[in-house]
Design a protein around this ligand. Structure first.
Ligand code: CAA
Length: 240
């Protein structure tokens, strides 16, 4: 039986590429999304991948949504915590709402999705948790105190949980993408984006598929000895 993979924010941007790559690698994939019904419908029409709508910021919604997916597709073996938002502002202008929304979705969302799946993975002695962080969680970014804090939090979350999962066949890893050609990055003012691209030694934005390849590498059964690691995929923009 094909293993089941759940990708949050899996219908657009990096998440859509991850969902497709996992399907191509033989996984049964469930893609969740938070709000954009039209994009999700188009994604399913194009790929045949089932989509499910709820906010990862809502713990109870995660419990319910996961139960629905497991009833329809079987136990989730691979969780990709990809859902994320930006609310950029210089710190002196950042509102409490901008802070809270980013923390709730980008960091608590990782807890809310992982926590309900953890007992089943421990019982079955197999699991793959793959968190999608960011270069900006590693180096910090002007106007992203909220986002950088949440993304750095994912790295700490990964390092701690990897130690707990190790004896149960559960690996926990984090990927830190650099600037990837998605709607999120295209929303950055063009002048700022050009300046950012000039600091990427590879000389271009990354492609969503280049992150998806890294996810597949970590998701397969053969990756059992890779755990607690931070995989940087950023065109050498920031070398840790
Ligand atoms: N470093 C230093 N100074 C900077 C700066 C930087 N990186 N970016 C902007 N500034 C300065 C500007 O020069 C300007 O200075 P002056 O006032 O002296 O002219 C000031 O900061 C900007 O102040 P504003 O009041 O005009 O700022 P604003 O409220 O209009 O906000 C912004 C503008 C939100 C900062 C906008 O420039 C922006 O979106 N920047 C990009 C932030 C970014 O890189 N976000 C990443 C999004 S992609 C992503 O998050 C995906 C991922 O994981 C990689």
């Amino acid at each position: 039986m094909a293993r089941v993979a759940l990708v949050t924010g899996g219908t657009r941007g990096i998440g859509a590429a991850i969902s497709k790559a996992l399907k191509d690698a033989g996984f049964t994939v469930a893609a969740t999304y938070g709000g954009n019904d039209a994009a999700a419908a188009a994604f399913t029409a194009k790929t045949g991948i089932a989509t499910y709508k709820w906010s990862v910021a809502d713990y109870d919604a995660c419990v319910e949504g996961i139960a629905r997916i497991e009833a329809e597709l079987g136990p989730v073996d691979v969780l990709v915590n990809n859902a994320g938002i930006t609310r950029d502002a210089p710190f002196h202008k950042m509102t409490r709402d901008q802070w809270q929304e980013v923390m709730d979705t980008n960091l608590s969302g990782v807890f809310n999705m992982t926590h309900p799946l953890w007992p089943g993975m421990r019982e079955r002695k197999f699991g793959r948790i793959i968190n999608i962080s960011s270069i900006n969680g590693q180096k910090g970014q002007f106007a992203q105190v909220n986002y950088s804090a949440a993304k750095a939090g994912e790295i700490g979350f990964t390092k701690a949980l990897a130690q707990e999962g190790a004896r149960y066949g559960i690996t926990v890893n984090v990927i830190a993408p650099g600037y990837i050609a998605t709607e999120m990055v295209m929303a950055v003012p063009e002048k700022v984006r050009e300046q950012i691209i000039s600091t990427i030694p590879v000389g271009r934005l990354g492609e969503p598929e280049e992150i998806a390849r890294a996810v597949v590498f970590l998701a397969v059964d053969e990756a059992g000895f890779v755990t607690g690691s931070t995989m940087t995929v950023n065109g050498a923009q920031y070398i840790t």
